[in-house]
Ligand binder design. Sequence first.
Ligand code: BGC
Length: 644
Amino acid sequence: MKGYCKSISLVLILFMFVTSIVACRNKDAVPKTTGIQTHTPGSAAAGSKAEKNGVSGYQNVNVPVEDRVKVLLESMTIDEKVGQMAQAERGTASPNDVKKYFLGSVFSGGGSHPGKNKVEDWIKMCTGYQEAAKSTRLGIPIIYGIDSVHGHNTVNGAVIFPHNIGLGAAGDPELMKRIANVTASEMIATGVNWNFAPCIAVGRDERWGRTYESFSENPDLVSKLSVPYIKELQDKFGIIATAKHYAADGGTVWKSSSSGYPIDQGDAKITEEELMEIHIAGYKKAIEAGVKSVMVSFSSWNGVKNHGNKYLIEDVLKGKLAFKGIVVSDYEAIHQLNEKDFYHQVVASVNAGIDMFMEPNHWKKTIEALKKAVDKGDVKVERINDAVSRILRVKFEMGLFENPLGKKELAASALGLDENCEVARKAVRESLVLLKNKNNILPLKKGAKIYITGPAMDDIGVQCGGWTASWQGGTDKGGQKWTRGTTILDGFKKVARDNGGTIITDKKDAKDADVAVAVLGEKPYAEYEGDDGSLGLFDGTALDGNMKALEAVKESGLPVVVILVSGRPRIVTNEIEKWDAFIEAWLPGSEGDAVAEVLYGDYDFTGKLPVTWPVNVMQIPVSIDEMDGKKPLFEYGFGLSIAK
Ligand code: BGC
């Protein structure tokens, strides 16, 4: 009975809407507001809550979302539909393009920003796009996507959190909620409403350049951390979250990539059981948590590129896992499908289940291809309708029709507020993993004389790693910080200054010190640029100064504490014997000074390894359920504390 009444009112809404559109078309006029009025005496809606607002149809928040979707979809032309399925990069699409092509989304590729990259520049840009979208016949808002993967990391002045692997070490769901809170509030401050995060990859090979994007090799830990993040982002802030990269991006095999990279975008050669239990389990949890978008991985499963895998997307993700949101392709990933031309790549991927195409440079060609495919019958209208319904559903559910620039009252008043940096400091403290502490050399005495050296001791760019200000990230140069924040050295200096200690950075004075600290690191990198077959301390993506730093601390003859700033375990088997203490600091982000607070004992070490630490490269893959009698250097979950 309930369903029957619903369909009657739906038919009525639809009828009235279509008549109003036809009327407008006949007059060749574009209506200013696109809401339809059902305040007709005697209509089914008379006296309803909807009516009191004076608006109804798809613009009315009181109409159930599924009805709004149907009403709007039914009234859309094919141009309006395929436009929704295209996602253009900000550098290639103007507000006028949004209007002319009915674009569904615009995004920032890594580091892509408007003007001087200030909050005002972002607001101006997003307002321009949203106003253009609103001025179209149906006034459908765009979604603006960005990779705010460790804070709102593209924008000047944002708080930069540790990368996911460090948060995996922290293992704190409540902290994840607070991080989501800060990230979302900074995103809203800039008018951006779609985050290409969290990455829920289950990384199984440390040689992979994206290892730091993965919280852990353990799917349970990945879900424990990603679910609260997704919920906070979406439920509280109306920011669309993305579970990525579907599926088994972390399960690819070394030297299996057809894209020319050693492992990134490679092939996961695994059984369906492994695929489901290790790599897809997190999607199930993310979907249960209501995640609104899923990004498909560049990689393949047993030789089939995921972007063309109908079984994985349509049958498993949308069927078995009942995902109702948007499936978005990764950056030009459909170009890798083994089809004779772009047209056929579009056809293959839309038929496999892609709903929105991240096509920074070829979005116009995508739109043309989709239209042609429908005309020729290569893609069924039903598939287009499904894709567009999903996009509209998310836009309605997240309140974008009402608030295209986000809920202003939840925006951070400025980026990098002290209280928000405090959340990042907590994350840094919790992420540190103490792997060795011979003779209880730690905690350091606050009044001690410390000789500190190493290429990662005073470099915010190195601490932050990739996806910071730019896609690949970068290092501090000539006194110029890569982004705002404090370094590990700043933290040491502060504690010493406040407690009568001494920090020595000049090697010739090292002999006066009580302890030597070497801060080693990795060069910033992202994705395939970080693929590294050696994982040594002195080669691959390791920083050039690592060897010199270790030589300097050795020469000093002092007890040695080593801090490693890296996106993954590196092979330390031959070196660790010479060290008294060893701390893995991961990529802590902009609040590096918090590292010292733990080393000096203001807080204890609580971080635990979220990945197994291999003894050498040959041992990889080695993880909780891939031990095969291997003995790693440190097991998953290992981490010492001072208090015991
Ligand atoms: C990455 C994604 C990212 C996208 C958009 C791709 O290269 O694989 O993780 O979301 O770029 O920046």
